[in-house]
Design a protein around this ligand. Structure first.
Ligand code: ADP
Ligand code: ZN
Ligand code: ZN
Length: 847
């Protein structure tokens, strides 16, 4: 048994804290409750030992060990340490993020017999009652019963004492006051878990459900009479196999006016039974639009070859990262499924990371179809309790296939043999809060620690991954044809400058796009149009003074939303017109006049998807239009409904933001229009070209996935930009080579490593002071191999009322950046710059 343990706590300090174990036993990877700065915190044990810290350190004792055995395996502990080190994040923060369990600490009192109490007990009733007591005889007797009960000297909870003696808390506290008892605090921790309740039709009830008292009466049974509501519940329940979640049942029946109390009545009458279930994720509604599922196809030649490479790597064992570069529609999903099946057959488990399940329910549906009960889905729309439930299920080895978003990379899977990262270029893999890790890179590191195969898949790989493949660090697997030799769509650039010259006015949609859209609809096919900003107009400007109306909390233009059927950030319906900040959610009414100069000439600029929808409705009154953006899609349910209306053809014209570019496989789409995507080329961001290329390629990839060929029209003001040229040719390789040339010249990643250091505070003076002190320190320190740019105002110089300045660190080699950042953090401590005011973003996606 060890004397001490080191505990990582969720506090902004880059070290662990030592506590005394005092007879308790704790494993590395288990959670403990410990006193810290006047409160009690839950931390994770990162080491146990017998080395007493120096006399200058006050060592407190662990209050409570929460887990008998380690919750985090060695492997995950190692991964956590790597993340803390690499991303300069406090280990406690990292480990907390890896454990989805929300422990709840309940404080209560325990009692044991005190000195005085013993005396009373031995000296007997006479002495005790000689004190003039206000207590009833009954309570006096209870007091003696309590003393006898606690005779052994052990502590006991109120509930136990009460059930043995009948004493209540008031009586016990009074005894403690007389010092007959000693009262001590006890922290009891349990993991919050929500159990779902299901209603189950009882044997006796099953005869009644249809309505028919007669049929069963004929069989000679006596059946109770039911009213209409009760029959409705019985019928509903019978209709779903005699078993349904109570909350679902209530929702459905409530909509038909059946009160909640009806179910309770049926339970009372013994016709329905309620059961608690620790169930499980609902996967109903994940359809596939009537198409074959990925696992139902026989693999074609390219898929078979790709699979062969991956299987060979798995069989050989050891860490071997693969980049699966497969163009849109080349059938990557079927390769994932087949590789996962092979992993399972070899007794291993498999993990598939996807960008956002809510936005691409299709891929989850493919996995559920292929692996049924073996799948656990982990995504952001689970409640903490549901997440905990899945987490335990995975840890027990009950779900050997895990499909999940970013944090699923920490899924506690035993025998993990294969990790796949779908759409590895997707920005949602980067966590934009502490710890700021990149899910794809963590996946690669986890595979390295485990010595297993990892596959990064994309039609538009990130330049980082492409570079790794070029240098032979990753094996490259290619699928350069669409399945069934379907052609990629023809991409045409429409020069909007010319369009303006010829028509003499600025239009949202070019003449060609309108003509082609009409023709597509006339042929009974589907079209989708990308307008990558939501809302109606994303800039409101004053024509008199030139001011843009900005958010109160952020240095960001407010977006105008027209009245309509939209939802706000909390999912509540919003119908009124308003200006809204897309960063912090701030809303205000639409002013009649400029807030600066009172001029009434306000000018609405920049068309968003809401305006696009309105214009399309005017232009194509006969079209069945749908819109896909954050205002119309809030939940996975919204997305599923929209997709199923697309699959069925109920919608034939879809307008939306980049959400429409995500992996959807809608076979009827033959035309894709891209409006205003090259706007982003002008952003001050070295990844701008990469992002625009990815977006155009991905959205183009939605066209022509069925039997008919597709066509793409890209409206642009820069038809000669290399992004547009390569996108027109579907030439990812050419684009990557050209972009690498730029990155190499400017020493941007992947030819350097980069960290964004953001200094932030509500007070501008603090931000200026701290950032310039850090800047000066870097200047004097002259770190070899590290270039420091700034400090300067960050591109978003104010966000949610917080001022932001930043410094950019560029290093030639990875191994000089980490130490430089750690030295900086140490200097901050000395200079008393609060740790939480400085964000360190290693491999930042946005500067
Ligand atoms: P990607 O992710 O590479 O864009 P998907 O995995 O979505 O492509 O597959 C595109 C379509 O091709 C899907 O409808 C899929 O069911 C179908 N598909 C996959 N493999 C085959 C195959 N071998 N033969 C025919 N169709 C296939
Ligand atoms: Zn003005
Ligand atoms: Zn704002």
């Amino acid at each position: 048994m060890s004397l001490f343990c080191d505990v990582a706590l969720p506090v902004p300090l880059d070290r662990a804290f030592t506590y005394e174990l005092r007879e308790l036993e704790a494993e590395v990877g288990a959670r403990v409750l410990v006193p810290f700065g006047g409160q009690q915190l839950i931390g994770v044990v990162v080491g146990v030992h017998d080395v007493r810290p120096g006399p200058e350190v006050e060592v407190k004792a662990v209050a409570c060990v929460l887990d008998e055995a380690a919750l985090l395996s060695d492997e995950l502990m190692q991964l956590g340490k790597w993340i803390a080190q690499y991303y300069c994040a406090p280990l406690g923060d990292v480990l907390r993020g890896m454990l989805p369990l929300t422990a709840e600490v309940r404080r209560q009192w325990v009692y044991r017999i005190g000195e005085q109490g013993r005396r009373v007990q031995y000296e007997g009733a006479a002495k005790g009652s000689s004190r003039r007591s206000k207590l009833s005889v009954e309570d006096q007797n209870r007091e003696y019963a309590v003393l006898n009960y606690l005779e052994s000297g052990e502590t006991s909870k109120i509930s136990a004492i009460r059930s043995a003696t009948g004493a209540n808390k008031a009586l016990l506290d009074a005894m403690a006051k007389k010092r007959w008892l000693v009262r001590e605090p006890l922290a009891e921790v349990r993991d919050a878990r929500r159990l779902e309740t299901v209603a189950v039709l009882e044997e006796q009830g099953s005869g009644i459900r249809e309505q028919g008292l007669e049929s069963d009466a004929a069989a000679g049974k006596r059946l109770p009479k039911l009213n209409e509501n009760q029959l409705a519940v019985m019928a509903e329940l019978a209709g779903c196999g005699g078993r349904e979640l109570v909350r679902e049942l209530r929702a459905r029946l409530g909509a038909r006016g059946v009160p909640d109390s009806t179910l309770a009545t049926l339970v009372k009458r013994g016709l329905v039974r309620l059961e608690e279930t620790a169930q499980a994720f609902h996967v109903s509604g994940l359809g596939n639009g009537g198409k074959k599922f990925a696992h139902e196809h026989a693999l074609n030649e390219a898929q078979t070859e790709a699979l062969g490479t991956l299987v060979a790597a798995m069989e050989k064992g050891g860490f071997r990262p693969h980049l699966l570069y497969g163009i849109t529609g080349s059938g990557k999903t079927a390769v994932y499924v087949a590789a996962m099946q092979r992993a399972l057959a070899a007794g291993k488990s498999a993990l598939l990371l996807v960008p956002e399940i809510g936005l691409t329910p299709g891929i989850a549906a493919q996995m559920v179809a292929a692996f049924a009960g073996e799948v656990a889905l982990l995504h952001s729309q689970l409640t903490p309790d549901e997440r905990a439930e899945q987490w335990h299920r995975i840890r027990r080895g009950e779900a050997r296939v895990v499909v999940g978003t970013r944090s699923a990379v920490f899924a506690p899977m035993p025998d993990l043999g294969l990790i796949l990262v779908d759409e590895e270029h997707d920005g949602s893999y980067k966590q934009e809060e502490t710890p700021r890790y990149h899910g794809r890179d963590v996946a690669v590191m986890r595979a390295k620690l485990l010595g297993c195969t990892v596959v990064l898949g994309s039609a538009t790989p990130s330049l980082e991954s492409w570079n790794n493949a070029e240098r032979g660090r990753y094996a490259r697997v290619e699928m350069r044809e669409r399945v069934q030799s379907r052609p990629l769509p023809a991409v045409e650039m429409i020069d909007m400058r010319e369009e303006f010259r010829e028509t003499g006015q600025e239009q949202m949609f070019s003449r060609k796009l309108l003509v082609e859209t009409q023709a597509t609809l006339d042929r009974g096919e589907q079209a989708i149009i990308l307008l990558n900003r939501r809302g109606y107009s994303f800039v409101v400007m004053c024509r008199s003074c030139g001011e843009k109306i900005e958010c109160e909390n952020c240095a960001i233009s407010l977006t105008y939303h027209k009245p309509g059927n939209e939802q706000d950030l909390n999912g509540e319906a919003r119908v009124g017109q308003r200006l809204e900040c897309h960063y912090c959610g701030y809303k205000r009414g639409v002013p009649k006049a400029c807030p600066k100069c009172a001029s009434e000439h306000l000018y609405y600029l920049g068309a968003g998807s809401q305006q696009g929808e309105e214009r399309l409705q005017e232009l194509f009154p006969g079209a069945r239009i749908g819109r896909m953006d954050r205002d119309t899609v809030r939940t996975r349910g919204d997305m599923e409904r929209l997709l199923s209306r697309l699959h069925s053809g109920e919608i034939n014209l879809l307008v939306g933001t980049q959400m429409i570019a995500k992996g959807h496989d809608i076979h009827g789409v033959t035309l894709v229009g891209v409006v205003g995507a090259d706007f982003a080329l002008g952003l001050p961001d070295f990844r701008a070209a990469e992002r625009v290329f990815q977006l155009i390629t991905q959205v183009s990839g939605r066209a022509g996935r069925g039997d008919l060929p597709g066509k793409v029209l890209v409206q642009t003001y820069q038809p000669d930009h290399y992004v547009n040229k390569f996108a027109r040719e579907h030439d990812y390789t050419g684009f990557a080579a050209r972009e690498m040339y730029f990155r190499r010249g400017m020493r941007y990643p992947p030819f350097s490593v980069l960290a964004n250091v953001i200094v932030q505070s509500e007070h501008l003076e603090e931000v200026l002071d701290w950032s310039s002190r850090l800047g000066r320190w870097f200047e004097q320190r002259k770190l070899a191999g590290v270039r420091v740019l700034g400090p300067a105002a960050a591109p978003l110089s104010r966000l949610k009322r917080i001022y932001r300045y930043h410094l950019i660190l560029k290093a030639d080699r990875r191994d000089v950046l980490g130490p430089a950042l750690r030295e900086m953090l140490a200097v901050m401590d000395r200079e008393e710059i609060p740790r939480r005011s400085v964000v360190v973003d290693v491999d930042a996606m946005h500067l």
